[in-house]
Ligand binder design. Structure first.
Ligand code: G16
Length: 553
């Protein structure tokens, strides 16, 4: 056995290591400053009950600084006494694949390096998340404990050892620790085989009139999509575009929405475009689904998947229940109502689904922020969502648009949009939320503000969303201010928890439309009155000087 020298490095605590909606995200250079990453990793290790003798999973989305960060984490994991560390080859593991690996090998948890859909590069973003033994994002209690540990940290421990060859699969010994470099795709592929009808999907993908385009946006899903769609399922080579993961995502913004997945959108919105289009984000947990000249909102996507779940082998026996985050549209509720399923409404953040999934209360869940998933892992899963659509298309042999329109006819359509105001100062963001909270707290003032804006429909209620977890009774407050109207319409406001500079205000606007004759209207036009009202209620222009959103989804 090699003798390992463990160094104890004295350090100062950083006061800003509080994880956001999904882990700690900062500018890459900020993460690269001396001791910053090390402090946070040590804070995680100090919070775990017993790293000694346990197994840890490590991987990331391949963005700039991924490789260097992994070597640091390996050295610190050796110093912490883990008996085994499982790391994806090249340092790759998509977020859902990391969740799959943590669950399959029953590790104590995993460190996933990603800033998700945020751009990567020396001047862009980097991030570190810790996932617990269930494979899911650390719940709030754990992130709070990590933050508390980071604030009093005076030293960290790191092994003096040669870098591990993470480009070659195999076992490496460092002191008492075995480091296993594994194929990042294999375990995930095996899981997909258990869930879906590979034969039917392969037949669909080989039909001459079925065309499919998957945009990996130069990010991590390229390796998964090529192995799954092109190799295992026989889709023609070239089905996966932008399929090589690059440290800077080719200079792009790896966020699968209509604004950023430009190449895919360009291919899909033409009369001879592919039948199905899909994209995933930096770390592979988000997805966007498109049909030929047709956009499926994430809120509709999860509703359609839930409504058709019994066509998919893994869900043939039906669903235990479903869940959506509060700002996500109520399309899923309509499905749950009709099918007699429980539908839970959680705060934004995948971590809130973890308890419901672990307790067997829900099978499928989703968020407006391009996240869809099920109990197969404890993260949202972009490739899984695409596989659901492929399986449903293979069974129904209809176009994406026809499936969604039939869905609206059966369950009603919920017109839905999100307007983002990026790049506000923290003060502007805080002022807008402060004003909205006060307004929601006084029904008299809220009713007056609605009337002043000339809105004809009565305000039914307004509040700042608070959530009591039905499993552990923990309470999360201030999760978004909502104004609910008598016709079922909603306007919701919250600040993003995933940005790295300033504040981003998100305004979510929704209105259910049961009348089939009104299902073919333009979303922004249909919702124009509510969008105007949303600006008025928030005093947006007065408090931020803004009149137009930066991104509309
Ligand atoms: C993260 C969380 C999601 C959440 C999203 C929205 O996504 O995992 O559950 O819905 O952030 O974040 P924001 O606070 O910006 O609205 P990801 O893909 O960035 O990990």
């Amino acid at each position: 056995m090699d003798e390992m020298t463990i160094q104890t490095i004295r350090t100062q605590p950083f006061s800003d290591q509080k994880p956001g909606t999904s882990g700690l995200r900062k500018k890459t250079r900020y993460f690269q400053q001396p001791h910053y990453l090390e402090n946070f990793v040590q804070a995680i290790f100090n919070t775990l009950e017993s790293p000694v003798g346990a197994t840890l999973a490590v991987g990331g989305d391949g963005r700039y600084f991924n490789r260097e960060a992994i070597q640091i984490i390996l050295k610190m994991a050796v110093a912490a006494g883990f008996s085994e560390v499982i790391v994806g080859q090249y340092g790759f593991l998509s977020t859902p694949a990391a969740s799959c690996v943590i669950r399959k090998y029953r590790t104590l948890g995993g460190i996933v390096l990603s800033a998700s859909h945020n751009p990567g590069g020396p001047d862009e973003d980097f991030g570190v998340k810790f996932n617990a033994a269930n494979g899911g994002p650390a719940p709030e209690g754990l992130t709070e404990a990590i933050y508390a540990a980071s604030r009093s940290l005076e030293q960290y421990r790191i092994a003096e050892m040669a870098d591990v060859d993470i480009d070659t699969c195999g076992d490496y010994r460092r002191g008492e620790t075995r480091i296993r470099v594994i194929d990042p795709v294999e375990d995930y592929l095996e899981l997909m085989r258990k869930l879906f009808d590979f034969e039917k999907i392969a037949n669909l993908l080989q039909q001459p009139d079925f065309t499919f385009c998957f945009d990996a946006m130069h990010a991590i899903t390229g390796i998964y999509a090529k192995a799954l769609f092109e190799q295992a399922l026989g889709a023609p080579a070239g089905t996966v575009i932008n399929g090589t993961p690059l440290p800077d995502f080719g200079g792009g913004h790896p966020d699968p929405n209509l604004a950023h997945a430009e190449e895919l959108v360009h291919r899909m919105f033409r009369a001879d475009g592919p039948v199905l289009g899909a994209a995933s984000d930096g770390d592979g947990d988000r997805n966007m689904i498109l049909g030929r000249e047709f956009y499926v909102t994430p809120s509709d996507s999860v509703a359609v998947i839930a409504a058709n779940a019994t066509l998919i082998p893994a869900y043939r026996k039906g669903l235990a229940g479903v869940a959506r985050s509060m700002p996500t549209s109520c399309a899923l509720d309509a499905v749950a109502n009709k099918l007699g399923l429980a539908c839970y409404e959680t705060p934004t953040g995948w971590k809130f689904f973890g308890n419901l999934l672990d307790a067997g209360k829900i099978t499928i869940c989703g968020e407006e922020s391009f996240g869809t998933g099920s109990d197969h892992v404890r993260e949202k899963d972009g490739i899984w969502a695409v596989m659901c659509w492929l399986n449903i298309l293979a069974e129904r042999q209809q176009s994406v648009a026809d499936i969604v329109k039939a869905h609206w006819a059966a369950y009603g359509r919920s017109y839905y949009t999100r307007h983002d105001y990026e790049g506000l100062s923290n003060e502007q963001g805080a002022a807008i939320m402060l004003h909205l909270r006060a307004l929601a707290a006084s029904s008299e003032q809220a009713i007056a503000a609605v009337a002043e804006a000339g809105h004809a429909i009565a305000l039914a209620s307004a509040d700042d969303f608070a959530y009591t977890d039905p499993v552990d009774a923990s309470v999360s407050r201030q999760q978004g201010v909502r104004f609910l109207f008598a016709d079922g319409a909603r306007v919701v406001y919250r600040l993003s928890g995933t940005g790295t500079v300033g504040a981003t205000l998100r305004i979510y606007v929704e209105k259910p439309e049961p009348n089939l004759a009104r299902h073919d209207e333009d979303t922004q036009t249909y919702l124009a009155d509510l969008i105007r009202l949303a600006g008025h209620l928030s005093h947006l222009e007065a408090l931020s000087g803004r009149t137009e959103p930066t991104v509309i989804t």
